[in-house]
Design a binder for this molecule. Sequence first.
Ligand code: CDP
Length: 245
Amino acid sequence: MGMKSDIKLIDDNGLRIDGRLPNQLRPIKMEVGVLKRADGSAFIEWGGNKIIAAVYGPHEAYPKHVQEADRAIVRARYSMAPFSVDERKRPGPDRRAIELSKVISEALESVIFVEKYPRTSIDVYIEVLQADAGTRVAGITVASLALADAGIPMRDLIVGCAAGKIDDVVVLDLNKEEDNFGQADVPMAIMPRTKEIALLQMDGDMSYEELTTAMDMAMDAAEKIHEMQVEALKRKYIEEVDENE
Ligand code: CDP
């Protein structure tokens, strides 16, 4: 972000380097229930991102001192595979992964009815297998599906979506080149039903007016992504019914 360059990110026709319009999402595919041994799981392909999420819990929280007497704690762990990025990523958590794990945990916690499960932990593992910018928001989106698959009651499915600014234009869902050479990236997590925002970060710079445009774009996109989530959950349910008949 913010790297000065002569790379043109928007062409004379107003299209982006991957041919998208400013308010167009990358292609997204979701699948629910991809792992047998997790309580819930899901997989997402979002542009060049490939991310799997698995949920374990609610289970008694350990060590005991982390337990909360009146609610469950939500522990998300964001992790990037060594082969997920251009330059081999050293295995294990770095500062970035620790930050992302924290903000993702908080975003997910805001939709889960944590008060239903005192003294427990709900563990969410987000494994980035291939990264192409926007992994935290894709991670939140797929984690939300894994939580639903685990049967954990939630106020709403939560949707992650980023918007930003490239070549002075506000755009939706930045890819890797746009993230590297663009001016701003604003990852958000949105509850589509109430339009509440559970995560809002900003890397780079944009004006207040540009930020509101970016937020409006992400809100509209969140509705579309939410429909895809519902379809993905239905597909799994229908498959289960078919298998049992
Ligand atoms: O992925 P997200 O946009 O949420 O987070 P970021 O910190 O803005 O990273 C943007 C992108 O940079 C990632 O999605 C990866 O494609 C890439 N990246 C990388 O190549 N090597 C790293 N160690 C971390 C990120």
